[in-house]
Ligand binder design. Sequence first.
Ligand code: MRU
Length: 336
Amino acid sequence: MNNSLNRYDGLRAFRWENDALELLDQRRLPHTVDWVRCHTAKDVAEAIRDLVVRGAPAIGIAAAYGTVLASRGSHFEDDVLLLRAARPTAVNLMWAMDRMVAVADSGSDRLLVEARTIEQEDLAANQCMSKWGAERLDRGCGVLTHCNTGSLATAGLGTALGVIRYGYAAGKIQRVFAGETRPWLQGARLTAWELSEDGIPVQLIADAAAAHLMHSGQVQWVVVGADRIAANGDVANKIGTYALALAARHHGLRTMVVAASSSIDMRTLDGEAIPIELRDPEELLSFAGQAVAPTGVTAWNPVFDITPAELVDVLVTEKGLVEHPNRARMHDLFGA
Ligand code: MRU
């Protein structure tokens, strides 16, 4: 890896220790650094559902290690179903499970090798995408990112955040803005933490400030990750991404989506067919345990949205870049 990037790659969201999966508890960051030890596949499925571990590639990798734990128990098939169902939107989860199940007959040691391979491939993809994505940025630019797409969300370095790390190290990026990412605050709690730990200056904005920020001229690119990209190039990502891409297009700014090929789902025709996770309304109705809305009020809490392909200027993957993605260009790079 490029030497200048090594210093941005010290953080890991998981570790396999003494036959168990340990997950950095992302619910408690940035003020408490604590690890949750998973001994069973059920523990891993719960950790994914409860957002101990989150971010599309990290979910897939955690589930892969969860499959190793499943193979050591006596309910393999049930455990596989449990892991698959932990969260619906990020296709990396189903992709990783398919890879694990394909080698399950070869035994637990083989499954552990496969999980480690999935993890290593993700890190290698991120290194590659970070460089290619940063090359597309103009010197001296400002970027706005959303949610958390860094080491915490992947095997290391990150997707969109990898591009930002690389772009900053290369002297291309001058200003980094991160949306707070209500309601779970991945931007405020996780992205701002990762960048601060790296010594990369970041300014946090309320999600609602994004269009005004664009109007101010301080950013030229929106750089985000993805949870699933359909065969026509439509992108499912953290709720609010669609609004950012719309506002960016209005202001003549560009939107870059950075995602490993494990997030590409050529079997799903378009964004309409991507399942969007609805989470507990409580995530919106209360904050840090305190109610913020009147008793009896309900809430609608979709945690992902679909950005139509025509709003994406460039998709960066480890297999190559897709300019202005559409069905034909996606097919050229990823096949049927
Ligand atoms: O609900 P989360 O925190 O799992 O959502 C994460 C995102 O939406 C990320 O942008 C996406 O998974 C890409 S992470 C490299």
